[in-house]
Ligand binder design. Structure first.
Ligand code: OOG
Ligand code: NI
Length: 302
């Protein structure tokens, strides 16, 4: 994909704008990192959540990316959470960009889906009701994400609570729909000292932001080469269909540092590119990062 293909980047930019407007923590952190670093911020990946039922799952959101040159990569499974995910890599040609964020190197894409068939009959009933009410909404997930509106009507407070008891992921998706779940700052592409994720984490915590502590703040893949951490999601006011007003979890921001693969360890620093680094995702890390929108993390003392 040539960079002249700015339609695609403009779609990403609208999705990003919705995310920044709704999530003050993410917005402030991006500004802080950008200003301290006076560098361009590169996104490692963007993430979305979906309901895996009748076309509303991963494929509803992946279409945009496949149409603009992305490649489907590995599947990740989370049996306890009743989730699965796929990730997609950007086109290798013309993906560098000249700007920051969505106008920089194109990010990987991480899309997950709830395995709706495995939920209780009560939960399935709620999910099937709203996905049916959305009609052909799933064909227009990118529009929904870029506009920041749901493709189905707002649920009642009771329905939200019922889902949340069984799956916080399901409840999140019911009220946030196709909104960007998080963007991830590529830590290794920042300037020192913030190119080290531990320094970045300390910097963020010193500024008073709470990081997801599930299984420890820093999530490390078994090979030691993929390091990830994330904030706890912001809450936003939400008015349910029955008039109840309550804050619901919205989105968070993540940091990822990809270390150089062993076979490239002797490359001079200035010759190291993204392709020489650990690619992909890790079930063990992801399982804990999902908790960034959980009640446990949101209500935990800093
Ligand atoms: C996704 C959590 C997993 C990663 O990078 O492994 C993840 C989510 O919360 O929807 O972001
Ligand atoms: Ni992520």
């Amino acid at each position: 994909m040539a960079d002249g293909h700015s339609f695609f980047r403009n779609v990403l930019s609208s999705m990003e704008q919705v995310y920044l407007n709704r999530n003050p923590t993410a917005n402030t952190i991006l500004e802080l990192v950008r200003s301290t670093d006076d560098n361009r911020i590169c996104y490692d990946h963007l993430a979305y959540r979906t309901f895996g039922v009748n076309g509303h799952g991963i494929e509803s959101m992946s279409k945009l990316f496949l149409d603009f040159g992305y490649t489907e990569r590995e599947e990740l499974r989370f049996p306890k959470k009743k989730l699965r995910a796929l990730w997609f890599s950007p086109p290798s040609v013309g993906n560098e960009g000249s700007g920051s964020g969505v106008y920089g190197p194109l990010p990987r894409i991480f899309i997950s889906e709830l395995l709706v068939d495995q939920m209780s009959p009560e939960a399935q009933e709620i999910i099937r009701k709203y996905t049916q009410l959305s009609g052909a909404g799933h064909e227009h997930s990118a529009v929904s994400s870029a506009l920041g509106c749901l493709t189905w009507p707002k649920p009642s407070h009771l329905e939200f609570q019922q889902l949340a008891r069984e799956s916080e992921y399901a409840a999140w998706t019911l009220v946030n729909g196709y909104a960007v779940n998080h963007v991830t700052i590529s830590a290794h592409r920042l300037r020192p000292p913030l190119n080290n994720i531990n320094n970045l984490d300390h910097f963020i915590q010193e500024k008073g932001f709470k990081l997801n502590s599930e299984g420890g703040v820093l999530k490390v893949s078994p090979d030691g080469l993929l390091l990830q951490s994330s904030t706890v999601a912001d809450s936003v006011p939400f008015e349910f269909s029955d008039g109840v007003k309550e804050a619901v979890p919205c989105s968070y921001i993540e940091f990822a540092q990809r270390l150089v693969l062993p076979q490239y360890k002797d490359l001079p620093q200035d010759k190291v590119e993204e392709v020489h680094r650990r690619d992909g995702f890790e079930v063990g890390n992801a399982d804990k990062i999902f908790e960034s929108t959980s009640k446990d993390q949101l209500t935990r003392a800093a």
